[in-house]
Design a protein around this ligand. Structure first.
Ligand code: HEC
Length: 115
Protein backbone atom coordinates (compact mmCIF):
# COMPACT_ATOMS: atom_id res chain seq x y z
CA UNK A 1 0.00 0.00 0.00
CA UNK A 2 2.82 2.36 0.91
CA UNK A 3 4.52 1.56 -2.39
CA UNK A 4 1.37 2.35 -4.30
CA UNK A 5 1.01 5.69 -2.55
CA UNK A 6 4.62 6.49 -3.27
CA UNK A 7 4.14 5.60 -6.94
CA UNK A 8 1.07 7.84 -7.11
CA UNK A 9 3.13 10.73 -5.78
CA UNK A 10 6.34 10.12 -7.69
CA UNK A 11 4.96 9.43 -11.17
CA UNK A 12 3.22 12.80 -11.67
CA UNK A 13 6.27 14.60 -10.25
CA UNK A 14 8.52 12.85 -12.75
CA UNK A 15 6.27 13.65 -15.68
CA UNK A 16 6.16 17.31 -14.60
CA UNK A 17 9.93 17.37 -14.55
CA UNK A 18 10.01 15.81 -18.03
CA UNK A 19 7.60 18.48 -19.31
CA UNK A 20 9.78 21.24 -17.89
CA UNK A 21 12.80 19.70 -19.58
CA UNK A 22 10.99 19.55 -22.93
CA UNK A 23 10.05 23.23 -22.68
CA UNK A 24 13.63 24.10 -21.82
CA UNK A 25 14.92 22.19 -24.84
CA UNK A 26 12.42 23.94 -27.12
CA UNK A 27 13.74 27.37 -26.14
CA UNK A 28 16.50 28.38 -28.56
CA UNK A 29 19.88 29.20 -27.04
CA UNK A 30 20.26 33.02 -27.28
CA UNK A 31 23.95 32.64 -28.19
CA UNK A 32 23.09 30.42 -31.17
CA UNK A 33 20.28 32.81 -32.20
CA UNK A 34 22.74 35.74 -32.18
CA UNK A 35 25.27 33.75 -34.19
CA UNK A 36 22.58 32.81 -36.74
CA UNK A 37 21.41 36.42 -37.00
CA UNK A 38 24.97 37.56 -37.73
CA UNK A 39 25.41 34.89 -40.40
CA UNK A 40 22.07 35.80 -41.99
CA UNK A 41 23.40 39.35 -42.44
CA UNK A 42 27.05 38.57 -43.27
CA UNK A 43 26.32 35.84 -45.82
CA UNK A 44 23.85 38.01 -47.78
CA UNK A 45 20.80 35.85 -47.02
CA UNK A 46 18.73 38.97 -46.45
CA UNK A 47 19.32 40.19 -50.01
CA UNK A 48 16.82 37.62 -51.32
CA UNK A 49 14.78 36.73 -48.23
CA UNK A 50 14.46 40.23 -46.75
CA UNK A 51 16.08 41.70 -43.63
CA UNK A 52 13.24 40.36 -41.48
CA UNK A 53 13.39 36.99 -43.32
CA UNK A 54 9.77 37.40 -44.36
CA UNK A 55 9.82 39.96 -47.18
CA UNK A 56 11.50 38.11 -50.05
CA UNK A 57 12.46 40.19 -53.10
CA UNK A 58 9.99 38.22 -55.18
CA UNK A 59 6.91 36.18 -54.40
CA UNK A 60 8.58 33.08 -55.84
CA UNK A 61 11.15 33.20 -53.03
CA UNK A 62 10.20 31.78 -49.63
CA UNK A 63 9.54 33.55 -46.33
CA UNK A 64 11.71 31.97 -43.64
CA UNK A 65 10.78 33.67 -40.35
CA UNK A 66 9.19 31.34 -37.82
CA UNK A 67 10.00 28.18 -39.74
CA UNK A 68 10.78 25.06 -37.72
CA UNK A 69 14.55 24.87 -37.23
CA UNK A 70 14.74 21.19 -38.18
CA UNK A 71 12.84 21.76 -41.41
CA UNK A 72 14.88 24.83 -42.42
CA UNK A 73 18.14 23.03 -41.65
CA UNK A 74 17.11 20.02 -43.75
CA UNK A 75 16.12 22.22 -46.72
CA UNK A 76 19.41 24.13 -46.62
CA UNK A 77 21.44 20.91 -46.45
CA UNK A 78 19.41 19.41 -49.31
CA UNK A 79 19.79 22.50 -51.50
CA UNK A 80 23.52 22.60 -50.69
CA UNK A 81 23.99 18.94 -51.66
CA UNK A 82 21.71 19.16 -54.69
CA UNK A 83 19.16 16.68 -53.29
CA UNK A 84 16.60 19.49 -53.49
CA UNK A 85 16.80 20.90 -56.97
CA UNK A 86 13.81 22.61 -58.52
CA UNK A 87 13.33 25.62 -60.78
CA UNK A 88 14.18 27.98 -57.91
CA UNK A 89 17.01 26.13 -56.21
CA UNK A 90 19.86 27.39 -58.39
CA UNK A 91 19.58 30.92 -56.94
CA UNK A 92 19.90 29.56 -53.42
CA UNK A 93 22.47 26.83 -54.10
CA UNK A 94 25.28 29.27 -54.90
CA UNK A 95 24.90 30.93 -51.51
CA UNK A 96 24.96 27.60 -49.67
CA UNK A 97 28.65 27.41 -50.58
CA UNK A 98 29.18 30.27 -48.10
CA UNK A 99 27.95 28.33 -45.06
CA UNK A 100 29.07 25.08 -43.46
CA UNK A 101 26.83 22.60 -41.63
CA UNK A 102 27.32 24.16 -38.18
CA UNK A 103 26.53 27.62 -39.57
CA UNK A 104 23.42 26.26 -41.30
CA UNK A 105 22.25 24.85 -37.96
CA UNK A 106 22.73 28.20 -36.21
CA UNK A 107 20.88 30.05 -38.98
CA UNK A 108 18.01 27.55 -38.77
CA UNK A 109 17.71 28.17 -35.02
CA UNK A 110 17.75 31.93 -35.63
CA UNK A 111 15.01 31.66 -38.29
CA UNK A 112 12.83 29.57 -35.97
CA UNK A 113 13.17 32.20 -33.23
CA UNK A 114 11.61 34.90 -35.44
CA UNK A 115 7.87 35.59 -35.38
C1 HEC B 1 20.01 34.78 -54.60
C2 HEC B 1 18.85 34.72 -53.73
C3 HEC B 1 19.00 33.95 -52.42
C4 HEC B 1 19.95 34.13 -51.45
C5 HEC B 1 21.07 35.15 -51.42
C6 HEC B 1 19.63 33.18 -50.40
N1 HEC B 1 18.52 32.46 -50.72
FE1 HEC B 1 17.59 31.07 -49.57
N2 HEC B 1 16.34 30.64 -51.05
C7 HEC B 1 16.29 31.30 -52.27
C8 HEC B 1 15.33 30.64 -53.12
C9 HEC B 1 14.94 31.04 -54.53
C10 HEC B 1 14.83 29.53 -52.39
C11 HEC B 1 13.85 28.44 -52.86
C12 HEC B 1 14.71 27.32 -53.39
C13 HEC B 1 13.96 26.10 -53.81
O1 HEC B 1 12.76 26.17 -54.06
O2 HEC B 1 14.60 25.03 -53.87
C14 HEC B 1 15.47 29.58 -51.09
C15 HEC B 1 15.20 28.68 -50.07
C16 HEC B 1 15.69 28.82 -48.79
C17 HEC B 1 15.29 28.00 -47.68
C18 HEC B 1 14.27 26.88 -47.70
C19 HEC B 1 12.90 27.46 -47.48
C20 HEC B 1 11.78 26.45 -47.47
O3 HEC B 1 10.69 26.83 -47.04
O4 HEC B 1 11.96 25.31 -47.87
C21 HEC B 1 16.01 28.43 -46.61
C22 HEC B 1 15.92 27.91 -45.18
C23 HEC B 1 16.87 29.50 -47.06
N3 HEC B 1 16.65 29.71 -48.40
C24 HEC B 1 17.80 30.17 -46.28
C25 HEC B 1 18.77 31.01 -46.79
C26 HEC B 1 19.93 31.44 -46.06
C27 HEC B 1 20.22 31.09 -44.62
C28 HEC B 1 20.68 32.21 -46.90
C29 HEC B 1 22.05 32.82 -46.64
C30 HEC B 1 23.11 31.91 -46.28
C31 HEC B 1 19.96 32.29 -48.16
N4 HEC B 1 18.82 31.52 -48.06
C32 HEC B 1 20.36 33.03 -49.24
C33 HEC B 1 17.01 32.41 -52.64
C34 HEC B 1 18.11 32.90 -51.96
Amino acid sequence: MKKLLLALLVVPALSLAADAKKKEAAKPDPKVVAEGAKLFTDRTCWSCHGKDAKTPIMPAYPKLAGQNAEYAERQMLDIKSGTRANGNSAAMKGVMGLVNEAEIKAIAVYLSSLQ
